[in-house]
Design a protein around this ligand. Structure first.
Ligand code: SAM
Length: 280
């Protein structure tokens, strides 16, 4: 028995599986648009602030976005001494670019987003997330990440900040894409991809892990708590060409964060037993 929802209020509902949904009461619909790639929706929610959804799936909210954006960027960046050239595939909200540019060694951060309407909506409705897209070191490309990576080279880090593995993002979860990423990275290069929930998407995580292992000698997984994503527990798969150290310069450089800490960095790869078992 739960609390009765107040009648005549409007709710945003993400249907996450046939039998699981997330419902958030909304104060207003801010924007709604059918782009050439997906249905874009911006709503104001009572609990999580402003929310961006694509094809009905939550992408980001102003209250919990920091968790995802800090964890997808700082964990790999702090494993490198002086990362210079970084790319984000997807990530049109700009949150990953904002975090990447907190590292002074970075002199190029490329955003490769297939849907210009996502970037436009983020600039207009999420200024605190898209704030760094106008930085001189940020380069925005409107392209399919799969094609763009074919021409890319000498990257220190490539982050796959994608939607779920359907529609245009499907190819971003395939081993053939990982091969091209491996070629685009320099010898000490790292790739990170969001890899969904270990409670719901076990076979996807194992499929990604197996695909990454065909291209990279080291593949690791780490977690973060993200309340508006399915089940609230999210995973990231990291792959590298050479063995990595969890925290190469973590005590020598301070950056402003709200979730990531040096302690989280050093313990990032400590996993609950069921996730360890999932990773084999
Ligand atoms: N943090 C989010 C999550 O896990 O739900 C992802 C956010 S970001 C908005 C995802 C972006 O990936 C979308 O804007 C989508 O347009 C973009 N995308 C999907 N497929 C793509 C592709 N093949 N190339 C480049 N961008 C792509």
């Amino acid at each position: 028995m739960g609390l009765e929802p107040k009648k005549h209020h409007t709710w945003f509902t993400e249907y996450q599986t046939d039998s699981l949904s997330l419902g958030l009461r909304i104060e207003a619909i801010v924007a709604q648009e059918k782009t050439p790639f997906q249905d874009l929706l911006v709503v104001e929610t009572d609990t999580y602030g402003r929310l961006l959804a694509l094809d009905g799936a939550v992408q980001t909210t102003t209250r919990d976005e920091f968790v995802y954006h800090e964890m997808i960027t700082h964990v790999p960046l702090f494993m490198m001494d002086a990362p210079k050239k970084v790319a984000v595939i997807g990530g049109g909200d700009g949150g990953a670019i904002r975090e990447i540019l907190k590292h002074p060694s970075v002199d190029e951060a490329h955003l490769v987003e297939i849907d210009s309407k996502v970037v436009e909506a983020s600039r207009k409705f999420f200024p605190e997330i898209s704030i760094a897209l106008d930085d001189a070191r940020a380069h925005v490309h409107y392209a399919d990440g799969i094609k763009w990576v074919n021409e890319a080279k000498d990257f220190d880090l490539i982050i796959v900040d994608s939607t779920d593995p359907v529609g245009p993002a499907e190819g971003l979860f395939q081993p053939s894409f990982y091969q091209v990423i491996a070629r685009a990275l320099n010898d000490g290069g790292i790739m990170v991809a969001q890899s969904e929930s270990p409670f719901l998407h076990q076979s996807l995580i194992q499929h990604m892990r197996d695909g990454l292992k065909t291209c990279f000698p080291e593949v690791k997984l780490y977690l973060a708590a993200i309340p508006t994503y399915p089940t609230g527990l999210w995973s990231f798969l990291m792959a590298s060409k050479q063995p990595t150290r969890p925290a190469s310069r973590v005590n020598t450089q301070e950056i402003a964060t709200r979730y990531w800490t040096p302690q989280i960095q050093t313990q990032a790869f400590v996993l609950p037993r069921f996730v360890e078992e999932l990773m084999g």
